[in-house]
Design a protein around this ligand. Structure first.
Ligand code: TPP
Ligand code: MG
Length: 523
């Protein structure tokens, strides 16, 4: 009979999984005995980095990624990015080591007391199989559930002695995961859109994840609908240089109402109604507007406070809506005006940096962003114009995008679709996962890391004004040398302090065949 390990590796092969992201410990070592030559282990120097890389990799390859963590402490370190993967809807199969079954009664070293409870509620399913021989089936179940929209992480705790136990053969099954929306409900939405004089779409990450970017462009053009990006989402789903694109909605009730007020029908597509960052007052929607929501997530449908929700694949829903042509041509609406050009002068600002990056980057490059107070300038001066080209954390949990950039670059390369990856990261955000640079260097991925160094947690300065706080404590970050941090981990690095140096530094970094960091000091 084959071992649990052999059956599991065979199953992973059939799932198209050939990389294991992780950080190893003694309770996982038995998994790696006779490590198969067609698999590779992607080492993250802290578990959060391993999960962040796996998140980017899964999104780029459109398949669940496997992460292996070290019993309780590794899961603990990983939780920040497990939370983000859950919010990002990223399919991850997470396995964690556990002490030998025979020791579990005795509080052994390193064991996890309640292993299946530890990662909750940010995993969709969590299990420690009752018998060693059930491990492959548990991993298979974890895979299918992770891949079922709304996708997300799942968790299997595996005692150290299980991998050598004997197991029955197990093969991958075909599971089709797209759920068709209710056709009658879609007809109501189609009719409302057909009657609408001023339709507006609010789009979330599900459109890009579903491969429905082009279909959404056709639908928006057919109806002449203005398109807003939903607040705080993880992917871009509509070309931001399109004449119908209006911008990103702020995460505040009154401001959303003001922006939607000119419209008569709003459709949230793969987005909640809505995501708020602080308490608001007054109505959730402007008076008289008719609201619809297309979502793969029954929970989003249930928690929406207004409008009609239609649960099912967002991609299938958009395709179905395209089948009903609009009578009388599109509504005559326009999105936002083009951003005015900025002069590149001292002292440098983040907006100048972002504009220069947009001028110099390859048209098909991918932006992985985590620079909170630079998000506004990115929206304005760095429009995303192609699918699968923008990734950030949908959770607000920092420490995601630096490792995710490594995973995206690796995943695109594995898909034979390598594109330049640019990680645009705040100085504060970079320090949550700075070890990502080491993994990028080891993997020889030509990522350009751009650090926006404003020597502070600027977003918190900005946000604290809402609470009448002049100068919040714990938000200044003086004295971090990112070039030294890069060089110490095997990456090239250069520091830019003046406008005259910026473009050449970016050009050189974008052309480099190895990971390169550009630290840009901004006011
Ligand atoms: C893990 C985690 N800890 C703390 C925060 C709170 N937080 C939100 S924005 C921010 C500042 C980020 O600083 P930086 O990356 O330098 O960007 P800036 O605000 O300067 O644009 C912090 C600490 C968070 N979102 N996630
Ligand atoms: Mg900062």
């Amino acid at each position: 009979m084959a071992t649990v390990r052999e059956v599991t590796f065979g199953l992973l092969r059939e799932f198209g999984i050939r990389r294991i992201f992780g950080n190893p410990g003694s309770t996982e070592l038995t998994l790696f005995k006779d490590f198969p030559a067609d698999f590779s282990y992607v080492l993250g120097l802290q578990e959060s980095v391993a999960v962040g890389m796996a998140d980017g990799y899964a999104q780029a390859t459109r398949n669940a990624a496997l992460v292996n963590l070290h019993s309780a402490v590794g899961v603990g370190h990983a939780m920040g990015n497990v939370f983000t993967a859950y919010r990002n809807r990223t399919p991850l199969v997470i396995t964690a080591g556990q002490q030998s079954r025979s020791l579990l009664q005795m509080e052994p070293f390193l064991f996890s007391t309640q292993p299946t409870e530890l990662p909750k509620p940010y995993v969709k399913w969590s299990c420690e199989p009752a018998r060693a021989e059930d491990v492959p089936a548990a991993i298979a179940r974890a895979y299918y559930l992770a891949m079922q929209p709304p996708c997300g992480p799942t968790f299997v705790s595996v005692p150290i002695d299980d991998w050598d136990a004997e197991a029955e053969p197990l093969h991958a099954r075909q599971v089709s995961t797209r759920i068709a929306p209710d056709a009658t409900a879609l007809q109501r939405l189609s009719a409302a859109l057909g009657r609408s004089q001023r339709p507006v779409f609010v789009v979330g990450g599900a459109v890009d994840r579903d491969g429905a970017w082009d279909a959404l462009v056709r639908l928006a053009e057919m109806h002449g609908a203005v398109v807003w990006t939903s607040p705080l989402i993880g992917r871009c789903s509509f070309p931001e240089d399109h004449r119908l694109y209006a911008g990103q909605l702020p995460a505040f009730r009154e401001e959303i109402c003001a922006r939607l007020a000119p419209h008569d029908v709003v459709v949230a597509m793969g987005a909640p109604i809505f995501t708020y960052h602080a308490e608001g007052h007054g109505p959730y929607l402007p008076p008289g507007i008719q609201a619809f929501q297309l979502t793969e997530d029954p929970d989003w449908a249930a928690s929406a406070l207004a409008g009609e929700s239609i649960v099912g694949s967002v991609g299938l829903s958009i395709e179905a809506l395209l089948a009903t042509p609009r009578a009388g041509g599109p509504a005559g609406q326009q999105g936002r005006a083009a951003a005015p050009r900025l002069a590149l002068t001292d002292p440098l600002t983040d907006a100048m940096l972002v504009q220069a990056l947009q001028d110099l980057r390859p048209a098909d490059s991918i932006i992985v962003e985590e620079a909170p107070s630079t998000r506004g300038p990115v929206q304005r001066y760095l429009p995303i114009s192609r699918p699968e080209s923008f990734f950030t954390c949908a959770s607000g949990g920092l420490g995601h995008s630096m490792p995710a950039a490594v995973g995206v670059a690796l995943g695109m390369a594995d898909r034979n679709a390598a594109r330049k990856v640019i990680a645009l990261i705040g100085d504060g955000s970079a320090m949550y996962a700075i070890q990502s640079l080491w993994s990028a260097a080891q993997l020889k991925l030509p990522i350009t890391f751009v650090i926006v160094n404003n020597a502070r947690y600027q977003a918190l300065h900005h946000f604290s004004q809402r609470f009448g706080i002049e100068s919040p404590v714990g938000t200044d970050l003086p004295g971090i040398d990112f070039v030294q941090l890069a060089k110490a981990q095997g990456c090239e690095g250069v520091r830019v302090t003046r406008a005259a140096e910026l473009e050449n530094a970016l050009r050189a970094a974008l052309a480099a065949p190895r990971p390169t960091l550009v630290e840009v000091v901004v006011t």
